[in-house]
Design a protein around this ligand. Structure first.
Ligand code: GLN
Length: 286
């Protein structure tokens, strides 16, 4: 059983769900894009992490599935998430993005809605994905990047990945067949310390534009990276309630276990943990 240093600031005791439901200190609306088609390697764990980290602060997180047939209202959500999936699923979703949701998703991101896109979702929110077989899939062109699958005979980029993200680290697992390349002005999420990253060539991983974060990191990503989860929640709260409210609404939690898991994975890939635990400021560039 976890030893809790009970302080008013770092309580871990989730407020009773009923109490949060009845008297939430704040409410956030999360749109989960294609939850049934894009959900591999534990991607749903990212939603659970957002949910728990909100509940531990008495914040109500309303989660709405936004499936293939649903319209997307760019103003309806404070946070968006899209997971990964196989080439087969990506073809259907590329069509839906082209015919239905692409413009609304771009509008939401341009309006600063925080978004986390993992692996196949990341590829489909970029300019295009050329799968191992079949037609090239036009993406939503949110990230200035493109992906080419070198063919089934070439090994996938499988394994644990450690990144330098600002003054700290991110850790996760990746397994894409595709290789992603960033456009000239595109900003990577982080620098690769261990693993393949976007393509196993340029030591960069992911892509960031406005408050949209694309990455290959599965695992799921957020349970072992509580600082990134809180960073995205802080962006969502700041947008809805103001920057000062965001700081007040997100008191630090006792993330001892999360950091133990994070550091254990870093050591496993031969990277020494950094003392810095938090990105210094929500709006600093990488
Ligand atoms: N199908 C894509 C690829 O192979 C994405 C895989 C995934 O999301 N895990 O690269």
């Amino acid at each position: 059983m976890r030893e809790m240093r009970e302080t008013s600031e770092m309580s871990r005791e989730p407020r009773a769900a009923s109490e949060t439901a009845e008297h939430p200190v704040a409410t956030l609306r999360l749109g989960h894009l294609y939850p049934d088609q894009l959900n591999v390697y534990g991607d749903r764990g990212n939603i659970l992490t957002f949910q728990r980290r909100c509940a531990w602060r008495g914040i109500a997180l309303e989660i709405a599935p936004v499936g293939g047939d649903d319209r997307l209202d760019p103003a309806a959500y404070d946070l968006l998430f899209i997971g990964g999936g196989q080439d087969r699923e990506q073809e259907d979703i590329a069509r839906d993005l082209r015919e239905r949701k692409g413009p609304a998703l771009r509008a939401a991101v341009e309006a600063g809605v925080p978004l986390l896109a993992v692996c196949g979702g990341y590829q489909l929110l970029a300019r295009f994905y050329r799968p191992a077989e079949g037609p090239e899939l036009q993406g939503a062109a949110i990230f200035d990047a493109w992906t080419i699958h070198p063919g089934k005979r070439v090994e996938r980029c499988v394994g644990n990945v450690a990144l330098r993200w600002r003054e700290t680290t991110l850790i996760g697992f990746e397994n894409p067949g595709g290789r992603t390349y960033l456009g000239a002005g595109a900003q990577p999420l982080g620098a690769v310390l261990a693993g393949f990253g976007n393509n196993g060539e340029d030591a960069r991983e992911g892509c960031v534009v406005h408050n949209a974060y694309g990455t290959y990191l599965h695992g799921s990503l957020l349970p072992k990276n509580p600082h990134l989860a809180d960073h995205l929640l802080a962006l969502a709260l700041a947008r809805r309630y103001g920057v000062s409210a965001a700081a007040r609404l997100l008191p630090p939690l006792d993330d001892t276990l999360e950091w133990q898991a994070h550091d254990a994975m870093l050591r496993r890939v031969g990277v020494s943990p950094t003392p810095a635990r938090l990105p210094l400021s929500p709006h600093a560039t990488t």
